[in-house]
Ligand binder design. Structure first.
Ligand SMILES: [Zn+2]
Length: 613
């Protein structure tokens, strides 16, 4: 089996890190306790078609899981949080997503921060029976309802490993998230591990290993906080396995001789596997490190088949049912509706001066003409957590746009009548701030550079509903007296007009026709034209050969390949063209309908949440 491992980022000395790099192996590295892991799937239940030619959907993952050797191994399946926000299947509340998730036989589900942004989401998880569905194994070790201070799910659970007759004490922690809706409360991890219930469970329950689902990066210092709090009570020989998430990468670390951490990617790019020992095995071994193993399997159908040592993946009945449900749901939501065709791929993490920068496309080509309408007194400032996925060359669907901007924030006017001096100071502070995690971009970007601000002018600042209060806070740090006049309000006439998805749709429909791609998809017309061209060329060639000088020497220019990633973006390349042939006029309302499914409730999150991972 071929398992591809992505390198992890540089790692601090505080953790002795072990990267279990395995390039070629014939089977999964089975141990006493084995766990299949998905994390931060963010509603990519249909898989990543742009990443893999044969992307696995959740139905394929279920087929894979069902064919693992359950009769011979102690095997569990876990989801480590953040199933919300990412594709059009994720709506608020998640009426379409939860029935899909309930088809997965997860033994434990942890809560991610994205389940907590909207009270409608978390309350629907309760009222729809989703939390109850997991029979006590939806874990929220440090998240409670504000009204009762009782945990939303369970604080812990015990998994029974029948082959080893072992009990696995399992927790589900969330990092110290502060952007949660006010019906919920996230207890700081440092405080949660001091609570009586936590210490009592560790002291009085019977167990043979500890599994900690932790929705935080595998190098987060809070991992050490939990690890140390457990170690202080259980001693050195109790195995502790962390399963991490939130930072959307693959990685692993060894925390001490009998504990390890692993994180298994995001957006259904990875099916993770981890194995660890029970205490009895640790006590009889003098090489405990080798008892903690893991593997990352690309979430592509051929890779899942190889992991099962099959030539092609056998689809089980329940796997087929789940894939069918996913297709039906996507059809119902009209997520495959075409919008246009991108001339090249635009990447999320590239700096603004790169011709393939998604952020440069958004700021210079979508926002400036469509939102600001080149009004120089308007300045748009945006936190770079807004966009979430690359925009790929070729046909674009509604779901591709939702993937780029899944939060579908509305445009807000943050404050108007700001003097140039203050704006320049604000922009300078933003330009000098450190890069956002994992990107070449600053925390905020703006349509105006500080250098170009005219000190004597007055400006109106626009942003998203999520970032508007953050910008108010930043301005107040520079000029405290402005705080009272910084009252963000919805910009444009209606909430639908102000939605970011509609800005993208307007841009793509006006600039990126699918003419070229349609030609490619209609071979009969192309064939006819090509034959006509060849016949003409041949006739001209004959004429040219026999009558030199009678034919002009400047030949035809070859047509550019529009989906070549190296083709630079040419401004207004398709100016004047439209998508009317792809989209009947009344389809526009369908777009708005699909887009409005993502409509947030304009709840202003008045905190600094540096990353929205
Ligand atoms: Zn996430």
């Amino acid at each position: 089996m071929f398992l591809r491992i992505k390198p992890a980022s540089p790692i601090p000395f505080s953790l002795y890190v072990l990267l279990f790099v395995q390039t070629v192996t014939s089977s999964l590295p089975w141990g006493d306790i084995n766990v299949i892991v998905v994390t931060d799937v963010h509603s990519w239940v249909a898989g990543q078609r742009h990443l893999f030619p044969q992307a696995a959907d959740y139905g394929d993952v279920l087929s894979f899981y069902e064919q693992l050797p359950h009769d011979e191994q102690d095997l569990f399946f876990v989801m480590n949080g953040d199933f919300m926000d990412g594709t059009g299947v994720s709506t608020i509340p998640p009426t379409h997503l939860l029935p899909i998730l309930e088809q997965l036989p997860w033994d434990v589900v942890n809560m991610g921060n994205h389940e907590l942004y909207h009270s409608e989401t978390v309350e629907y998880m309760k009222t729809s029976g989703f939390i109850h569905h997991w029979k006590g194994n939806y874990l929220t070790s440090n998240v409670v309802w504000s009204s009762t201070v009782k945990p939303i799910g369970s604080r812990y659970t015990i998994l029974n490993a029948t082959h080893h007759r072992a009990r696995i004490l399992t927790f589900g922690f969330l990092y110290n998230f502060q952007g949660n809706c006010n019906t919920t409360q996230v207890i700081r991890v440092q405080d949660a591990v001091k609570e009586e219930w936590f210490r009592s469970v560790l002291r009085h329950e019977e167990y043979d290993a500890i599994l900690v689902l932790a929705h935080m990066d595998y190098q987060d210092e809070l991992v050490s906080v939990i690890h140390q709090a457990i170690r202080n009570i259980v001693g050195l020989s109790m195995p502790i396995q962390f399963i991490n998430g939130h930072s959307h990468r693959r990685g692993s670390a060894q925390l001490d001789n009998t504990s390890a951490a692993m994180e298994a990617g995001h957006f259904l790019d990875t099916v993770g596997f981890v194995s660890f020992p029970v205490k009895q095995t640790v006590l009889s071994s003098n090489a405990t490190l080798s008892l903690f193993q893991h593997a990352f399997i690309d979430a592509a159908v051929p890779d899942l088949a190889r992991a099962l040592e099959q030539t092609s993946l056998h689809i089980t009945d329940s796997g087929e049912v789940l894939s069918s449900l996913i297709r039906q749901t996507r059809d119902l939501l009209q997520l495959e509706q075409p919008v246009g065709c991108a001339p090249q791929t635009f990447r999320l993490g590239l700096p603004l001066d790169d011709p393939s920068s998604l952020w440069a496309l958004y700021m210079d080509h979508v926002v400036t003409p469509k939102l600001l309408r080149r009004n120089e007194s308007l300045v748009y400032i945006q936190g770079t957590g807004l966009l979430r996925y690359d925009l790929y060359a070729g046909p674009i669907t509604i779901d591709d746009i939702i993937a780029v901007t899944p939060f579908n924030d509305s445009i807000y006017s943050v404050v108007d009548n700001v003097d140039g001096e203050l704006l320049r100071a604000l922009l300078q502070a933003m330009e000098n701030s450190s890069s956002a995690v994992g990107t070449a971009l600053p925390q905020f970007v703006s349509t105006l550079l500080s250098y170009d601000v005219i000190a004597t002018n007055r400006y109106e600042l626009l942003s998203s509903d999520y970032d508007a209060p953050r910008i108010c806070q930043l301005i107040s740090l520079i000029q405290p007296e402005i705080e009272s006049s910084c009252r963000p309000s919805l910009y444009l006439l209606t909430p639908t007009d102000a939605l970011m998805i509609n800005l993208w749709i307007a841009y793509i429909q006006s600039q990126w026709s699918c003419e070229w791609h349609q030609d490619e998809e209609q071979p009969s017309a192309v064939f006819f034209l090509a034959m006509l061209f060849l016949f003409t060329a041949f006739a001209c060639l004959i004429y040219h050969f026999f009558a030199p000088g009678a034919f002009p020497s400047n030949g035809n220019t070859s047509r550019e390949t529009l989906d070549d990633e190296k083709t630079p973006l040419i401004r207004n390349r398709y100016a004047g063209s439209s998508c009317e042939r792809d989209l009947p006029i009344n389809d526009t309302t369908e777009h708005k309908k699909a887009a409005s499914l993502m409509l947030p409730q304009h709840v202003l999150v008045s905190v600094f949440e540096k990353d929205q991972l």
